[in-house]
Design a protein around this ligand. Structure first.
Ligand code: HEC
Length: 141
């Protein structure tokens, strides 16, 4: 009996902690800003032709995209955007390893498009949610 109570309490604690986690916009915001820093570093590496800087930061971006904090939306589309972004970041990493500056620059451009595309998607989803009265017919999506 005591064990059951303990387990229930642990579960509730888990819920509380879980909620706290998603209710920390600052943490997400800090995390998301890292993307910008790493992306800027990749650009720096590209113009300086410093393959180490390119590789390190593209790799960090790929890793970030697999972190829990990255998964702000739990939709198949968001996963798709994340996957495409990760592939582009990996392409940057690979080009840097091959010391291919043109390839790295091209992959960087592609990666940047993935940043923009996902942000566009996230904004669209939020707009749809914010205006249910106006966009009634589209709500089911
Ligand atoms: C798969 C989707 C996705 C991709 C790809 C993506 N982001 Fe984001 N980004 C988000 C989400 C979600 C947020 C959080 C938005 C919010 O909660 O308001 C965000 C927030 C941000 C923020 C704002 C942080 C703040 O101050 O709140 C910056 C800056 C940012 N991203 C930069 C980038 C850069 C640079 C890239 C590409 C290197 C990128 N993002 C790629 C989904 C993405």
């Amino acid at each position: 009996m005591r064990k059951t109570v303990l387990i229930v309490m642990l579960l509730m604690l888990g819920l509380l902690v879980g909620n706290g986690h998603t209710q920390q916009p600052n943490k997400v915001s800090e995390f998301m800003k890292l993307k910008l820093q790493h992306a800027q570093k990749v650009l720096e590496g590209l113009v300086m032709e410093d393959f180490d800087i390119i590789e390190k930061n593209a790799q960090s971006l790929s890793l970030l995209s697999q972190a829990e904090t990255w998964q702000v939306l739990q939709t198949p589309d968001y996963l798709q955007h994340s996957g495409e972004f990760r592939r582009a970041a990996n392409a940057v990493t690979n080009a840097a390893r091959e010391k291919n500056i043109d390839g790295a620059a091209l992959a960087y451009l592609e990666m940047t498009m993935k940043c923009v595309n996902c942000h566009k998607y996230v904004r669209d989803v939020r707009m749809a949610k914010a205006g249910p009265a106006l966009e009634g017919p589209q709500l089911g999506k």
